[in-house]
Design a protein around this ligand. Structure first.
Ligand SMILES: Nc1ncnc2c1ncn2[C@@H]1O[C@H](COP(=O)(O)OP(=O)(O)OP(=O)(O)O)[C@@H](O)[C@H]1O
Ligand SMILES: [Mg+2]
Length: 226
């Protein structure tokens, strides 16, 4: 019997620091408020504090807190490096290598009893995990549906279109995308938003505004639709 949650969604972004964790946190909170048992997952983290319990990454701690029943840290984040650098470089410095096989191994040993899982990527779609593999190959091997967080700032049109193209070329389904308004408001925000709505062949799931939850639209949280 599979121990996987019923549904797993991979959340990627147009870049690092575009609000993936912010949006994952909102999604988890809303799902749990709706009575789903939702859990977060951060397969790879780089940038962590060494505590008495081991390495702790801020993103994973946020996902842990937002998950139903506060699962153990290791369940949320199996691979963690202290240095806030590209994870494959952090691994190499320690004489280690992250592989798709390793990610798939961790993927198997997860908690039972959850309805939905929100998996936060690291960096953007083509994040290297070693000199030959990308994190996106793990997402392909698990055939996860994807949500794209677009950090609404100058340059995001190019990043968003390239990311959508890459995800589609990888044969994966994009459930939709989220427009995340970062702390620094984007000049001509609405015009940029309208362009992306027109160009991205996936629904806009919602806009997240600065320091505000949600104009995220509810259907994305309806398990019957995702
Ligand atoms: N809508 C928002 N309103 C206010 N602050 C935001 C918003 N979105 C993101 N932030 C802030 O911007 C910073 C970057 O966001 P976040 O950590 O979610 O990015 P990320 O894509 O998960 O980055 P990483 O690649 O490191 O995982 C954080 O300090 C976060 O709190
Ligand atoms: Mg993050």
């Amino acid at each position: 019997m599979s121990q996987r949650p019923t549904k797993s969604i991979f959340v990627t972004g147009t870049d690092t620091d575009v609000g993936k964790t912010y949006v994952c946190n909102l999604l988890l909170q809303q799902l749990n408020q709706q009575g789903q048992r939702a859990i977060g997952y951060k397969p790879i983290a780089a940038g962590a504090q060494l505590t008495q319990s081991g390495l702790r990454n801020d993103d994973a701690l946020i996902l842990q807190r937002a998950s139903a029943g506060e699962p153990a840290y290791d369940v949320i984040n199996p691979i963690c490096y202290e240095a806030a650098i590209a994870p494959h470089i952090a691994a190499k410095i320690q004489g280690e290598q992250i592989t798709t096989a390793q990610l798939n191994h961790w993927w198997q040993g997860r908690l039972a009893g959850y309805d939905i899982e929100i998996v936060e990527g690291a960096g953007g779609w083509r994040l290297p995990i070693n000199d030959k593999q990308w994190l996106s190959e793990f997402v392909v091997s698990q055939q996860l549906d994807v949500i794209l967080v677009v950090g609404m700032k100058l340059g995001c049109l190019n990043h968003a279109l390239l990311t959508v193209e890459a995800i589609k070329n990888d044969g994966l389904n994009i459930i939709g995308w989220v427009a995340n308004q970062l702390a620094q408001p984007m000049s001509h925000y609405q015009t940029n938003l309208d362009y992306l709505i027109d160009q991205i062949e996936a629904p806009l799931l919602g806009e997240v505004t600065t320091n505000q939850v949600v104009t995220l639209q509810h259907p994305v949280f309806d398990l019957s639709l995702i």
